[in-house]
Design a protein around this ligand. Structure first.
Ligand code: PLP
Length: 410
């Protein structure tokens, strides 16, 4: 018998598996509201004007795009400078940290790659346990499990249609009172547009949460996949990063950032991991750098080039940058508009309070059975937890969608 027969069948990815099913569905009015990809009001995945301009600049400039050799292990220096500048000079006030050489950086395979590399480093050297919100993006536990964490714990984030901070903090306090001091836990914090609920703590609530996490010695991993999609303003949405930078984190502050959604560069895999390291010992940053390089080298050697060249241009060319801010605002406005229209049409007092939600998703509160009926009878695909990607809703399908939703909750 082949040793390969020991391989057990893994369940299909909860989100991407649904699109496969959707593609072969013959329902004439089918709507895919599963994946978090932004579509315009005509249902098309379009390239942002800022990104399209950067692409045409690259096409006409052989200098910029004719070098298909390897990038360095942790990415191109230009990309590093531009992203660090964007995150720590524009989005937050971390310039002193940059000047004091306290931020390590890796150009990663988008946000998932950043989480994976962070996980590998943390699980190898720092932490045995990672806390993930319940609910959370379905891939979080998968990423941390495959990249070294032998214990994944879930903190209650959302219950009965609202945020549940008291329970969240109580669980952390109770569990951490008996923690192993040599292996302090880590925690995943969604920077904004929490996936799947669309509900984030307010600034006041974060002011209550962060001191607890800090005092318990827990290491924060900020997952910033939707910067700009909460308020429509890229800078405003970096509030969690700004607030975390007000503290010194003895085991580092891990920032996993992605341009997939806010530049529409999904498939190009453009993101970053930056780690704010403590000031002492002086060579700590270069030691961490060396291990991050080793991790990357051992998995995929070096990141891809094209997408980061596009992002570089958008971040460094003032005209394109300005356009990018407009592009993100337009996307966020459309999503908000869809949310309001649905709210008005459905007038669903029994479901989640829509005004507290923002970003790409509408967490409907529908149960798995209702989700199944929507799929089988109406060809409308949501994730099993009742999460609906608003980007798939447009003038052409909103009536059908709302009628079907009404039928299902009746
Ligand atoms: N984190 C969250 C919460 C997400 O929703 C996503 C994507 O859906 C990601 C990270 C990673 O996305 P990507 O790897 O495409 O940047």
């Amino acid at each position: 018998l082949s040793a390969l027969s020991r391989v057990t069948r893994a369940p299909a990815d909860k989100i991407l598996g649904l699109t496969e099913k959707f593609n072969v569905d013959r329902h004439p009015n089918k709507i895919n509201l599963t994946v978090g990809i932004y579509k315009d009001n005509r249902g098309r995945v379009t390239t942002f004007p800022s990104v399209a301009s950067a692409q045409s600049l690259l096409e006409t400039s052989l200098d910029l795009n004719n070098d298909l050799s390897y990038l360095p292990i942790t990415g191109s220096q230009d990309y590093q400078n531009n992203v660090l500048n964007f995150l720590y000079r524009e989005s937050s006030d971390g310039s002193e940290l940059l000047e004091n050489n306290r931020i390590t950086f890796v150009q990663t395979l988008s946000g998932t790659g950043a989480l994976a590399v962070a996980s590998k480093l943390l699980a190898t050297f720092v932490s045995k346990t990672v806390w993930i919100p319940n609910p959370s993006w379905a891939n979080h536990s998968n990423v941390f499990q495959w990249n070294g964490f032998n214990q994944i714990k879930y903190y209650t984030y959302y219950e009965d249609g609202k945020l549940s901070i008291d329970k969240w903090l109580k669980e952390l306090k109770e569990s951490c009172s008996s923690r192993d001091p040599d292996w302090p836990p880590s925690i995943v914090l969604h920077a904004c547009c929490h996936n799947p609920t669309g509900v984030d703590p307010t600034l006041e609530q974060w002011q209550q949460i962060l001191p607890v996490i800090h005092d318990l010695g827990i290491t924060p991993i900020i997952d910033m996949a939707y910067q700009g999609m909460e308020s429509g303003n890229l800078i405003q949405d970096a509030y969690l990063l700004r607030m975390c930078l007000e503290y010194e984190w003895p085991n580092g502050l891990f920032v996993c950032q992605s341009f997939a959604k806010n530049m529409g560069l999904y498939g190009e895999r453009v993101g970053s991991l930056s780690v704010v390291v403590p000031p002492n010992p002086l060579d700590l940053k270069s030691t961490i750098d060396s291990q991050l390089k080793k991790i990357v080298r051992g998995i995929y050697s070096s990141p891809p080039g094209y997408g980061s060249r596009v992002a570089n241009l958008v971040l460094s060319n003032p005209k394109l940058k300005q356009q990018w801010f407009v592009d993100v605002k337009n996307m966020s406005d459309r999503l908000w508009n869809v949310r309001i229209q649905m709210h008005e049409r459905l007038n669903w007092p029994n479901l989640v309070d829509f005004k507290t939600q923002h970003g790409m998703f509408y967490y409907t509160g529908l149960n798995p059975y209702q989700v199944q009926i929507l799929q089988e009878r109406y060809g409308i695909y949501l994730t099993e937890d009742g999460r609906m990607s608003l980007s798939g809703v447009n003038d052409g399908n909103i009536d059908y969608l709302c009628d079907s939703l009404r039928q299902v909750v009746q």
